[in-house]
Ligand binder design. Structure first.
Ligand SMILES: *Cc1c(COP(=O)(O)O)cnc(C)c1O
Length: 368
């Protein structure tokens, strides 16, 4: 069965034409003037639409609002020294959204719909994607349950939307991380490995407290023993130990980052030994003192690769590794060069955005 191609609302083009890219972008405050939406009802996806960015209506009793029936994704469209935007591993985001949806027993967004939505938004925005290295259009697909009711089961109606933001890299310099020793973000068997809003709900208290104390983000330990490093609230973690790269093995509670996976592949390609293993925090702190652990860094789509300047205890005591942004800088440069298509892409990670020609109001767009 082929779905009808998406509808293009005339207001979108006008909103794009009016849009002026501000000098300062940050990460998130600037919104792209268009968005995509498709709704699911009676067991199937309806025709999607590219719309001007704007408020949406939702039933106050919608399960997304009460039961956190919501999963999302994050990926970037790059347009550095090219006249067409390109994506980085979008099918991996599509597959992860499907796994997240399956974990919450929500309908899966098929690959054709996911790519249609991404191409529609990124294609419409190609004239307003910032073009300096490190800048991009951040795309935020999300899927949520819209049916009202308190019965403990899934919605029968859902919306899939994509909004976007012209952005700088999320963290441009070294970050300081607050070790969270009491709250728990996720446990194996829970939803930690799904990109679900619920995980962020569990992490918000620690995240806000970390920010209030001057740190960028919290570091999570395992739920059972509070001993093993999991990840940061929205980034995965790597340590350089005896010249090798170590990162916590995926345990069902850690979010399987696409940047994490890309760095493992890229680092091996560059000649590093990479180990995915159980990493006890105390052991890593001792290795930082002895010098065996020379460097720490975090990674994610938003921040790419961010050097970690210090890990802070709840009492404010700080642990720092001897080096900052040596291996991290090498990996960030190598990864960003592939993402921005300034370097060959030996892994086949990048993909063109299918740019639709301008469509007449209400007419079906010619989309790939
Ligand atoms: C999205 C996310 C990451 C990073 O994943 P990428 O695919 O690299 O962007 C890491 N941890 C959590 C909890 C996340 O939600």
């Amino acid at each position: 069965m082929t779905r009808a191609r998406y509808r293009v609302d005339a207001g979108g083009d006008a909103a794009i034409a009016r849009f002026v890219l501000p000098e300062r972008l940050g990460f998130g405050p600037v919104l792209a003037p268009v968005m995509y939406r498709a709704d699911w009802a009676e067991g199937e996806w309806g025709r999607g639409a590219l719309l001007p960015y704007g408020m949406i209506e939702i039933a106050p009793g919608a399960r997304a609002l009460h039961y956190s029936e919501l999963v999302f994704e994050g990926l970037k469209a790059y347009q550095v020294d090219h006249d067409r935007p390109n994506l980085f591993r979008p099918l991996d985001n599509c597959r992860r959204l499907a796994r997240s949806a399956e974990r919450l027993a929500m309908p899966v967004v098929p690959e054709s719909l996911f790519l249609e939505a991404i191409d529609a938004v990124a294609g419409a925005c190609s004239g307003i994607i910032p073009s300096r290295s490190g800048q991009a259009l951040y795309l935020r697909p999300f899927l949520f349950g819209t049916e009202s009711g308190y019965m403990l089961r899934n919605s029968t109606t859902f919306s899939f939307m994509v909004i976007a933001n012209p952005v700088e890299a999320y963290a441009t310099g070294p970050i300081k991380v607050a070790i969270e020793r009491s709250d728990v973000r996720a446990a194996p068997g829970g939803v930690g490995a799904a990109k679900a809003g619920a995980n962020y709900a569990a992490s918000l208290r620690a995240s806000s407290a970390a920010v209030a104390r001057g740190y960028t983000i919290a570091l999570w330990l395992d739920a059972h023993e509070h001993r093993y490093i999991q990840e940061l609230s929205g980034m995965n973690l790597f340590a350089v130990i005896d010249g090798e790269l170590h990162t916590p093995a995926l345990d069902g509670a850690i979010l399987p980052g696409i940047t994490r996976d890309s760095l493992i592949t890229l680092a091996r390609h560059l000649g590093y030994v990479v180990r995915e293993r159980l990493m006890a925090l105390d052991e890593v702190l001792a290795q930082m003192r002895s010098g065996a652990c020379s460097e720490l860094f975090a990674c994610g789509t938003a921040a790419i690769v961010a050097p970690i300047a210090a890990l802070a205890e709840p009492d404010g005591a700080e642990h720092a590794a001897a080096q900052l942004d040596r291996v991290a800088a090498q990996l960030r440069e190598a990864l960003l060069a592939i993402q921005e298509r300034r370097a060959p892409d030996p892994f086949g990670w990048t993909r063109d955005v299918a740019v639709a020609p301008a469509a007449a109001p209400g007419a079906p767009a010619v989309a790939g």
